[in-house]
Structures are given as structure tokens and as C-alpha cells.
Design a binder for this molecule. Sequence first.
Ligand SMILES: C[S@@+](CC[C@H](N)C(=O)[O-])C[C@H]1O[C@@H](n2cnc3c(N)ncnc32)[C@H](O)[C@@H]1O
Length: 287
Amino acid sequence: MKFRIIELFGGIGACTAALKRLGIDVEVVDYVEIDKYAVASYNAINGTNFEPQDIQKWDKDVKADLIMHGSPCQDFSIAGKQMGGDEGSGTRSSLMYETIRIVEKVRPRYVIWENVANVLSKTHKHNFDQYLSRMQMLGYHNYWQVLNAKDYGIPQNRQRVFVVSVKGFVFPEGKELALRLKDMLEDEVDEKYFLSQKGVNYVTNEKRLERNYTNLNADCSATLTAKGQSNWTGSFISDNPQSVIVDNRGGNIVKQTDIATTLLARDYKGFGNQQMNAVVEDINGKE
Ligand SMILES: C[S@@+](CC[C@H](N)C(=O)[O-])C[C@H]1O[C@@H](n2cnc3c(N)ncnc32)[C@H](O)[C@@H]1O
């Protein structure tokens, strides 16, 4: 699957080029750049057909894994007039807040921001901090560092701050249970694993069933533990519990429940003087 990116303030596409050089199979979902000459260069380099567009008007419904932006830095740069980048100030550097607006809409997994190191200076740091906190509020973890091109194989003394924002880990959503506890059991089970009459009586005891100490033919076993050697409390499966237990094991099935309690790893060992799990099989017709 391709790695979908949106390159904002794309220029000649240094970010796209870097990812491609890393061997990443990139799909540029959109490239946003206002300067028509930069766009023409980008198209020539990448064989694309993007049109110039103003980030302030960008409002598309697209999905992306990564948004990269090297937002205008003139107003933060020591080479500039130090106009700053406060939100709503109208400076070119304040366009970085457009990225935040777009991130909020697209919600990519990653965002990378690159800018001049002077954004960390006393004069501009509040905007840098504001960027971090806004990203954090959107659920991203930020990692940033000042890197120098000369330390990465490029003979140029060029310092830039990079902020990599990663959307917080989200646990996958639960899905409907397709397998049942019964599906996990073997079809052929050795006799030694069956409950004895004593066990069946214990397991099918009305009070224990009512209190869910024992469950019959539950869809789902409760937590398995390593110490269940002698615990008769738990989940029990029968192909036909009514006939199995009543006709062949002599117990009374009073109730079936949907959710099993804990299954224990050593239940197979048989009955002990404490409770344990076991499997009840329909042996109707057997001696
Ligand atoms: C610092 S450069 C980014 C360079 C880019 N990372 C590259 O690889 O060439 C900032 C870019 O933002 C573009 N830009 C400025 N205002 C813009 C706007 N309103 N909408 C889109 N792009 C804009 C500029 O034309 C410039 O190319």
C-alpha cells in the first residue's frame, strides 16, 4: 500500500524527494504551493500536473498518512525583519497555523514541520510552543530537534528545526466475536478429560450455576490462569448438556449461561479438593 502524503508549502518538493530517496512508495495526494514557478518545477521533477493553490483556501476531503510542511520562515529568520508568526497577524510565517487547520481536518498519522532554528529564539519561541501545544491538543505526540545538514552528509552549514508529530496510539476497536469457546475445543477428547459424576454434580449445582461459579456452553471463556489446577469453577462445554448431564452423568442442568467464568490452564488434571474447570461432553448412548 502506498504511503499517502500531502506536501504543504511544497516548493520544489524536497520532502517528497527525501521520502522517495528513502525508497518509500509515496503517493502525493496533494501538493499545495502558491508560486507558479515552484509548481512548474515540482511538476517537471515529479511528472505531476498540480496547479498553484493558496493554502488559505485549501478545504479538500482527502486522506493522508503524512502531512509535511516547510512553512514560510522569513518572519522568524534572523535574515528577516522579525515580524513573527502570531496567528492572525497576516505575516507569511503565520501561515503555519493553516497547517494546523488542515491537520485537524485530515488527521494524518504523522506531521512533519521544518523551519528555521530561530523560531526557537526568545522572540519567536511562543509560536513554536503554540504549534506544539496545538498539535498536542489534536492528539499528537511531538518530537523535535535542531538538525544541521552538514551532520547528515550535505556540505552546507544549514540548521533547521524539525518537529515530528505522531498521532497518539489508539487501541483497535473491538469486533463482534465470531469464534465461540466450543470452536476452540478438539472434536475428539480423551475420556480422561471428562468430568466424573462427582464433577458433573458439582458443576451443575443450581446455586453454583446461579452465581456463575460454573457456566455451561458459554460463548466465551473468562480469563485463563495458570493456577487453576484444582478449581471446579469455570466454563464447561457439552454438545448436548441436557441429555449428557441428566441422562448419563446424573446431574441436573438447571440453567445455561452466556458468559463463562475463568478457565484454568491445568483443569485437564482432573478433580482436586478445590474447584476446577472441565469439559462436559454429550455421551448420551454410551455406557
Ligand atoms: C520555505 S518554502 C518551502 C520549501 C519547500 N519545503 C521545498 O522543498 O521547496 C515556503 C513555500 O511556501 C510557499 N507559500 C507561501 N505562501 C503560500 C500560500 N499562501 N499558499 C501556499 N504556499 C505558499 C512559498 O511559495 C514557498 O515555496
